[in-house]
Design a protein around this ligand. Structure first.
Ligand SMILES: [Fe+2]
Length: 490
């Protein structure tokens, strides 16, 4: 199914991603296919740059010591066919902050596919919107390039550039040099999603992968030292597209949402992924001890890419995520027909009653938001604040600090012609309060045709930024970011 501008008009946020450039058509450079994700600041940059002593408006707090790194798709060569935003080669953009100064660098993640195409001098792999290479399928190989373009997780001294359909790639920080595919010494036997979780108390990292064959989901527990300890299947009823999951002190929460895969549909020449609103969403709560049965809870059909937080509250488990009413067909993965019913993601809460098995659910906000983050030093435990990209228009033009206790929000507006990416919360080193720290995000300024790193005081959210770090060029819109603390960069 070709992806055209038409598919995007009047639709809100895409997969964990920024929404769309309705009414802002810009030319795609010659030699590149038409795609809304090659227009304007979606178009890749091809230079790898290093720049020190960047100009700063405002003052960088001395306590901000570390490296902000963001991943995103940045095709090295013009695609062979149609272009989907998820196809582009991963490029990392990083801002190192130390002693009130800032430096920048951007580097490709040098995956196997990247190197093959670099050697060939052209694109070799087809993208998600084109017919896959049947020779590769027949040989049992995944037909798409592992682009390592989606997210980043820093664990056990290793920065992982993650995708969804294959293994993560290890990258060095702060250099951003690629080490290579990271299989935990050959122990990783499943795909590795873009959103593993690190338990702040145990230091363990838990990552999962999903498959169209049973077991449809498996997860692995990685020790604080980076050793893959064990892999466990999760018994789902059917294959489902699962981009994220959640962790509490005692449970892992896996969502079986009704965006399902059906090979019969592929054989009939249809898209194999399909949103079926007649099916429920099921949540499997897996005890983290490894002992005891998975408990399943049934909720309304819907779809979310990203969870904000989950934690236990007496006899209940609470889960928050940015939920669409249905899978966003605009992504080109399913055959759900876009209609006039609003389908923007809003912050939504499920309450799973462990005693009765009942589920209470509903939206807690009515403003479209995505890329939800929290103070991850409290991941899995009760949190009060969520930080989200807010889309009052077509792109993220502000941020939202949502108070889960009060159900209220504070806003930070970016100003005309300025659009932001995922914001990461960095705690103050001496923090006692949950929101004592800063929110860091890359912002593109259309008039300047350049990007900057925005630093907000999370406790004075609506105020003008604490600092704006002016980058030497533009950073194309992308996906997820992380923070690598300074002591780990020594
Ligand atoms: Fe994501």
């Amino acid at each position: 199914m070709p992806l055209t501008r038409r598919h995007f008009l009047h639709h809100a946020l895409a997969a964990g991603a920024l929404p769309l450039l309705a009414n802002r058509a810009e030319a795609v450079p010659p030699g590149w296919p038409e795609s809304p994700f090659l227009e304007g600041n979606f178009f890749p940059v091809h230079e790898e740059t290093t720049a020190d002593d960047l100009k700063v408006t405002g003052t960088l707090p001395k306590e901000l010591d570390g490296q902000f790194v963001r991943n995103g798709p940045n095709p090295q060569f013009a695609p062979t066919g149609n272009y989907h935003w998820f196809d582009g080669d991963g490029m990392l953009h990083a801002v190192r902050l130390r002693d009130g100064k800032a430096s920048y660098r951007n580097r490709y993640v040098r995956t196997k596919g990247f190197e093959e195409e670099k050697k060939a001098g052209k694109a070799l792999y087809s993208g998600l919107l084109d017919k896959p290479d049947l020779k590769k399928v027949a040989a049992g190989e995944y037909p798409f390039k592992n682009a390592a373009n989606t997210s980043l997780t820093f664990h056990a001294g290793v920065l992982l550039a993650q995708w969804e359909g294959g293994e993560p790639h290890a990258v060095k920080a702060p250099s951003l040099d690629t080490v290579g595919a990271h299989t935990f010494g050959g122990k990783l036997k499943h795909a590795w999603s873009a959103h593993p979780k690190i338990d702040p108390e145990t230091g363990e990292m838990i990552g999962f992968g999903y498959d169209i064959k049973p077991p449809y989901v498996s997860f692995s527990v990685v020790s604080a030292k980076g050793e893959l300890l064990r892999t466990t299947p999760v018994e789902l009823k059917r294959p489902t597209m699962m981009h994220d999951f959640a962790l509490t002190a005692n449970y892992l929460i896996f969502p079986e949402q009704p965006e399902t895969f059906d090979l019969k549909r592929a054989i009939a020449g249809k898209m194999p992924w399909h949103f079926d609103p007649k099916l429920p969403t099921r949540f499997g709560l897996v005890p983290r001890t490894g002992k005891g049965e998975t408990r399943w809870f049934t909720a309304e059909a819907g779809y979310f890419f990203h969870t904000l937080a989950a934690f236990e509250d007496g006899d209940a488990v609470l889960l928050y995520a940015c939920r669409f009413a249905r899978f966003p067909a605009e992504l080109g993965f399913g055959d759900a027909v876009p209609d006039k019913t609003p389908n923007a993601p809003v912050l939504y809460r499920w309450r799973f009653d462990l005693k009765t098995g009942a589920v209470k659910e509903g939206a807690v906000d009515d403003v479209p938001t995505e890329f939800p983050r929290i103070n991850e030093s409290r991941l899995g435990r009760k949190v009060r604040y969520g930080y989200l990209g807010e889309a009052a228009g077509d792109l993220f033009d502000g941020y939202r600090k949502f108070d889960l206790e009060k159900g209220t929000a504070e806003r930070h507006r970016l100003g005309a012609g300025r659009f932001g990416g995922e914001a990461v919360f960095v705690p103050h080193p001496d923090a006692k309060a949950e929101d004592a720290g800063w929110l860091l995000a890359l912002v593109f300024d259309k008039a300047a045709d350049k990007s900057e790193l925005l630093v907000l005081d999370a406790r004075d959210f609506g105020a003008k930024p604490v600092a704006r770090v002016h980058l030497p060029g533009r950073v194309p819109y992308g996906f997820h970011a992380t923070w690598v603390p300074g002591p780990a960069l020594a």
